[in-house]
Design a binder for this molecule. Sequence first.
Ligand code: AMP
Length: 114
Amino acid sequence: MADTIFSRIMAREISADIVFEDDDALAFRDIDAKAPTHVLVIPKRHIATVADASHENAAMLGSLLVTAARVASDLGLSEDGYRLVINHGRDGGQTVEHLHIHILGGRPMAWPPG
Ligand code: AMP
């Protein structure tokens, strides 16, 4: 397992405000929230970035997306809406090398993103 801040959160070496967990995924509040609700959903199996994904990861990635939608619903975001974001690389703004889906909600989102 690669050593990232998210693997340390999974191992409970660093505390986080965890909102959901099952065998495959963990969801916790972003420490630097960019919206009233800002949660990160991560797979427990390490994959650094979506750019590393192959079709062998398709089931895991599909499941992660369904989990993100479920967490968003559990957080009460479904009616007004929310945004799911995956950043990759420097231009995409990825800072943690463990694939994650941002759930952003609780305010209207601008388009296109800045
Ligand atoms: P990204 O820039 O897409 O790689 O997203 C990484 C996110 O992780 C950022 O939004 C950070 O605010 C968030 N983050 C970094 N460290 C922590 C932490 N210890 N607990 C919760 N979120 C974190």
